[in-house]
Design a protein. Structure first.
Length: 109
């Protein structure tokens, strides 16, 4: 069952299928991670909740040499991401439901 607000949100995001990110610059992303004391080890697994088409996921993948799994509910954006950024694994699901229902340890995908 899809709730009304959830459907409204999906409809909104599906209007802009290519999505994007405000952090498209790898150097800016590294600075933000440094300020937030986020340390990403090479070859680790990263989970990007609300990944859209995976623009930032792909920057993280390349800059840190990691595996990235993106979760988003906007199927149209995931389709674009799978086509344009095939090195990202995508899961189509509302991120709140994903976090509540996932059985796996999100730190060891």
């Amino acid at each position: 069952m899809v709730y009304e607000k959830e459907q409204e949100l999906k409809d909104h995001y599906n209007k802009y299928p290519r999505g994007g990110t405000t952090i498209a610059n790898p150097q800016a992303l590294r600075s933000i991670f440094d300020m937030a004391e986020i340390n990403i080890s090479p070859h680790s697994n990263v989970l990007d909740l609300g990944c859209a088409s995976g623009v930032m996921s792909d920057i993280i993948r390349r800059e840190y040499d990691v595996n990235v799994t993106g979760v988003d509910s906007a199927f149209s954006r995931i389709l674009i991401g799978r086509e344009e950024r095939p090195n990202i694994e995508y899961i189509e699901q509302d991120i709140h439901k994903f976090v509540r229902t996932t059985k796996r340890n999100v730190f060891n995908l």
